[in-house]
Design a protein around this ligand. Structure first.
Ligand SMILES: Nc1nc2c(ncn2[C@@H]2O[C@H](COP(=O)(O)OP(=O)(O)OP(=O)(O)O)[C@@H](O)[C@H]2O)c(=O)[nH]1
Ligand SMILES: [Mg+2]
Ligand SMILES: [Zn+2]
Length: 292
């Protein structure tokens, strides 16, 4: 085949792409062209070799243990950040995921899965209103004992959505509930790759009934950000933007500087205390990443 295709998954030098007619095709890529990501638009030649990766609109990823950005998928319309009562998220997990999506220009959506379990009365579960106030949808749903996905199916009906979140929160269960022919799609994928079993060791695109795409990602135990300077991190805290012109110093980090409008706004309640405190912790975390 030849022409344009959408990357379904990619490994060290091979991948699988969907052509515009919907067929899956294996492709091979020379490393000099860079590494294609799931979600990339690519061109293939007749032998099934990658010849070009189209410009990306965005990349979602995470920081590795040395603070380097590791991309997982490209050209996303939204990141579905899944949390659940069990396994309990660490205090800053949600702030980090939301910041990562916003910094990378991707709409975050918070999915509270396992709504059959009692909702814990502690952060982040009792300060979700801080995220709603930023225009971030918060969607409760469950996959068990009977699936109830609430507003989720309508929200993912267009574009490309990525499931992100800690291992065990139910990303693959949500994928199963949203993609009725998942077993068939997985079967086709292993025929094309020639691999018998298919485990979620990398990000993979799945087709939703509407024709939109949903990316499942392997879970991580703790989600870490990559090394960045404070203005970049600040894009993850959009509630600061309108107020920071009031800070005395243009490069104010809103920590201990005198006449800081952000700190004042957190003291007056204009900026939620939980969000301001998360900012301080994430900035300190950056200092440790840089020192590493
Ligand atoms: N009680 C309850 N359990 C659920 C729900 N959704 C999923 N689970 C269970 O949570 C466990 C983990 O689900 P997975 O879908 O494998 O989680 P995951 O996020 O894909 O995990 P990784 O692939 O390791 O990242 C399984 O035992 C599911 O049955 C739910 O709505 N309620
Ligand atoms: Mg999974
Ligand atoms: Zn300030």
């Amino acid at each position: 085949m030849t022409g344009d295709a959408l990357v379904i998954e990619a490994h060290s030098n091979r991948g699988v792409a969907a052509t515009d007619s919907g067929e899956l095709t294996a492709f091979h890529f020379p490393r000099r062209l860079g590494r294609p990501l799931p979600g990339d638009r690519i061109s293939l030649d007749q032998s099934g070799t990658l010849i070009a990766i189209r410009d990306r609109t965005n990349e979602f990823g995470r920081g590795d243990n040395r603070g380097r950005f590791k991309p997982l998928a490209a050209n996303l319309d939204r990141a579905l950040i899944v949390i659940a009562a069990e396994p309990a998220p660490s205090p800053d997990l949600l702030h980090r995921y939301v910041a990562a999506a916003l910094i990378r220009g991707i709409q975050p959506v918070i999915v509270i899965n396992k709504s059959d379990l009692p909702r814990p009365d502690r952060p982040p579960f009792n300060d979700l209103a801080d995220f709603s106030a930023l225009g971030i949808p918060v969607i409760p749903c469950r996959c068990r004992p009977s699936p109830d996905l609430g507003a989720l199916p309508a929200l993912v009906a267009k574009g490309v959505s990525l499931l992100a979140g800690q291992s065990g929160v139910g990303k693959t269960s949500l994928l199963n509930a949203l993609v009725p022919d998942l077993a068939q799609q997985t079967g086709e994928l292993s025929r094309v790759t020639g691999k018998g079993t298919h485990t979620t060791t990398s990000a993979t695109l799945h087709r939703l009934p509407s024709g939109a795409w949903l990316v499942d990602t392997p879970g991580v135990w703790e989600y870490g950000l990559w090394t960045m300077k404070s203005p970049e991190l600040e894009r993850g805290f959009p509630e600061f933007a309108a107020l920071e012109a009031g800070c005395r110093f243009r490069d104010c980090k809103h920590l201990t500087e005198p006449a800081c409008a952000i700190r004042a706004a957190s003291e007056s309640g204009q900026i939620p205390t939980a969000r301001y405190q998360a900012w301080v912790r994430l900035l300190r975390e950056q200092e440790r990443l840089v020192a590493h």
